[in-house]
Each structure stands twice: as structure tokens, then as C-alpha cells.
Write a protein that binds this ligand. Structure first.
Ligand code: SF4
Ligand code: SF4
Length: 265
């Protein structure tokens, strides 16, 4: 999910779906393009994607990041992105692609789950408010758009069990938007502060260790309904992580977390 500036050129909004607008799509094993879309991808992984994938594979966040991803800092961006590594074969297939389809299908990333829809975030500076927008733009080779089944964004989200993914990834996109503003001008991704922020977002196992084995809970007031779930619930931990990064980097308190007293790490 990308954030999009409101002054972006009009063609950026091409193929944006209006609320309630229907689109045609069906993907199934008998279709001529089956699995063609699972290769040679620039597939961004978001923090909630990493949680679901590492749980599916039964490995730690660190193992997942090390084995399956590339961490890249794009020009003009303050915060690193995490991308799924493609296999080292001629077709550069996704590491999870098998002859029978996606090996991690129940926990496939948000981008794959919502395909052929793409989600974005428009920020209205005047109203100081973000709005989620959705585009329908499957690549030309995707034959699913010629099928007769039709959907709205809401019915597709329900069919793909994507609501929670979209919510968590929307919150992450909103946080990344902050990293694109002047408020992040002193942020250095290579600093200790940068390393801690990246760890909180993408490495739930290490973030949990940090919270439970440091003075974190003495220094920060954490919402009690979150606090009781931190030991075992990665999604609760990620909710706290995003709130903590807002506080730690941008000094924005929330209902999830506030500082008990002044001070950083
Ligand atoms: S290209 Fe489109 S229709 Fe073909 S397998 Fe991928 S999503 Fe399905
Ligand atoms: S994670 Fe699954 S659905 Fe997504 S590109 Fe890989 S094989 Fe395809």
C-alpha cells in the first residue's frame, strides 16, 4: 500500500475505483495465465505480512528477513523497505510458488491477497486526513479480468479475507507517510534510532525481547488491553510497535502508548 500525494498528476488516479463500482475478475487453476503473476516481482512486504509468513513457515522474524527478503533504502525515502526475494532461476519465480500454486496461500502477503486491486493512501493536507483509495489495474497478461464474476472492493476484501491486512497495512502506510514529511528530517536509518525503529516494525521476536527484558514498560504507559497480549500476540505487538515509533520518532502520543516521563531509549 503506497501513500499518494494529493498534488500527484491526474494520471496517478487512473483506474481508481469509485465506492460501490464493480469490476470483473476470477482467478482459478484452469485459466491460461495461471501463476504467471507470481514471478519477476517487486513485491513489497509490510510488517503484518512478515508476521503471517514467519508464523506460516514456523520460523523467527529474523530468520524470515534473512532468508526470504532484501531490505532496500530507496532514493528519497527515509525508511527502508522490505522486499520478497525472487528465486535464482530463469523466470525469477516467487520463492513460495509451487506447481500447485502458492505454498503460503492462507498467509499470502497483502499485495497478493488483494490483487488485482492495489491500495493506496491519499493525504489531504488541508483536512489533515488520509483516505484509502483502491485501483483496478491488472497487468495485460492477466486473463482474470475477462471472467464474468463481478465484485465491489468490499465484496472482494471479504472474499479474500483481507480486511485485517488492509487495516494493519493502512496504519503502516500512514506511518510511512510521516517519514516522508519534514518531521522526519533528522531521521537517519543507519543510526541506533533507525535500527530500533526497523526492528520494532519488522522483527516482532526481537521487539518482544526488548520490551519484556528492558525498562520499556517502566518508561512507557501501555494500554492495558495491549499490554496483557504482548507476550504471545504478534499482531498486538505490531499495533504497539507502530504507536511506539510515532512516539519515539515523532513525539506523538496515542491511546496505545505514552511516555511516563521524559526521555528516549
Ligand atoms: S495472472 Fe491474473 S488470472 Fe492469471 S493467475 Fe495471476 S491473478 Fe490469476
Ligand atoms: S506469495 Fe504466493 S501469491 Fe504471492 S507471489 Fe508468491 S506464490 Fe504468488
Amino acid at each position: 500500500m503506497k501513500y499518494i500525494k494529493t498534488d500527484a498528476p491526474g494520471n496517478v488516479r487512473e483506474n481508481m475505483l469509485k465506492p460501490g463500482e464493480r469490476f470483473s475478475f476470477r482467478c482459478h487453476p484452469g485459466i491460461s495465465c495461471f501463476n504467471l503473476c507470481c514471478r519477476n516481482l517487486n513485491l513489497y512486504l509490510y510488517p503484518y505480512d512478515i508476521i503471517r509468513l514467519k508464523q506460516n513457515l514456523g520460523i523467527t522474524s529474523a530468520e524470515f528477513i534473512d532468508k526470504y527478503t532484501d531490505v532496500v533504502l530507496r532514493s528519497g525515502h527515509a525508511f527502508p523497505d522490505v522486499m520478497l526475494k525472487m528465486a535464482q532461476n530463469n523466470e525469477k519465480t516467487c520463492s513460495f510458488l509451487t506447481g500447485g500454486g502458492c505454498a503460503v496461500y492462507p498467509d499470502r502477503p497483502q499485495t497478493c491477497r488483494t490483487f488485482p486491486l492495489e491500495y493506496g493512501l491519499f493525504f489531504d493536507a488541508e483536512k489533515n486526513r488520509s483516505e484509502q483509495v483502491v485501483f483496478f489495474r491488472p497487468p495485460d497478461f492477466c486473463q482474470g479480468r475477462h471472467e464474468s464474476a463481478t465484485w465491489t472492493t468490499a465484496s472482494w476484501e471479504a472474499d479474500q479475507n483481507a480486511a485485517y491486512y488492509n487495516r494493519m497495512t493502512g496504519q503502516w502506510a500512514e506511518l510511512l507517510r510521516l517519514f516522508s514529511t519534514g518531521a522526519a528530517s533528522g531521521f537517519d536509518p543507519g543510526s541506533e534510532q533507525g535500527r530500533m525503529s526497523f526492528m520494532a516494525a519488522y522483527n516482532m521476536d526481537e521487539f518482544r525481547e526488548f520490551i519484556l527484558n528492558s525498562s520499556f514498560l517502566k518508561r512507557y504507559l501501555v494500554k492495558s488491553s495491549l499490554r496483557v497480549r504482548l507476550g504471545s500476540d504478534d499482531a498486538a505487538l505490531l499495533t504497539l510497535a507502530m504507536a511506539w515509533i510515532r512516539l519515539f520518532i515523532f513525539n506523538i502520543s496515542s491511546g496505545e502508548i505514552s511516555a511516563r516521563k521524559k526521555g528516549g531509549l
